[in-house]
Design a binder for this molecule. Structure first.
Ligand SMILES: Nc1ncnc2c1ncn2[C@@H]1O[C@H](COP(=O)(O)OP(=O)(O)O)[C@@H](O)[C@H]1O
Ligand SMILES: [Mg+2]
Length: 183
């Protein structure tokens, strides 16, 4: 399989699955990578878990079944975009290892799992939306990392340590992984 696109030929689609705790940096990183891809003339689509919960997944809560449904919906939508030769960046906590691995196996397009990793303490300190505070006070139930599980990837394609690495450095490593991936 060729890793480089031929001139004048559209490259095939790809799915980049960003998983990690709330405030680990999934939205920030996926947006940075999408911006860089667009600057290169690539079609890049971000599907953000937070945004989707306001629209497509408005009916869902945070039970295991609902989280799984949310993951499956975003994966299905990602496949639709990837089938149109887009690079799809999915930014969703997606706490379940087994299901992430299943979604990778089922993907029709190349699929890169990107672990957006920061210690829980760092995420709580950032708390850009005040969610950890609400989870700690008991106002929010079933909050990932606090009162609900997160199963980290065992072999992610890219492992970003966002407490130690700058956004542009993580983004550069992800862009390199995209270039090296078979499409
Ligand atoms: N190296 C880094 N990578 C990504 N985000 C970072 C980094 N350092 C600090 N941040 C900050 O952490 C926060 C991450 O928030 P966000 O991207 O919304 O996370 P998530 O989408 O995973 O919930 C942002 O405020 C971002 O500016
Ligand atoms: Mg986000």
């Amino acid at each position: 399989m060729q890793s480089q696109s031929e001139p004048g030929k559209p490259r095939r689609g790809m799915v980049l699955w960003f998983t990690g705790l709330s405030a680990s940096g999934k939205t920030t990183l996926s947006q940075a990578v999408a911006k860089a891809l667009r600057a290169r003339g690539e079609a890049a689509t971000v599907l953000d878990g937070d945004a989707m919960r306001q629209t497509l997944s408005r009916d869902l809560g945070f039970s295991r079944a609902d989280r799984e449904t949310n993951m499956r919906r975003l994966a299905a939508l990602a496949q639709e975009h990837a089938a149109q030769d887009e690079i799809v960046l999915v930014a969703i906590i997606s706490p379940f290892r087994e299901l992430r691995e299943q979604l990778r196996r089922e993907s029709q397009a190349s699929f890169l799992e990107i672990f957006v990793d920061a210690p829980l303490a760092t995420c709580e300190e950032r708390d850009p939306k005040g969610l950890y505070q609400r989870a700690r006070s008991g106002e929010l139930a079933r909050f990932t990392g606090v009162s609900d599980p997160y199963e980290p990837p065992t072999a992610p394609d890219v492992h970003c340590f966002t407490a130690e690495e700058r956004v542009d450095a993580s983004a550069a490593r992800i862009l390199k992984a995209i270039e090296n991936a078979a499409r």
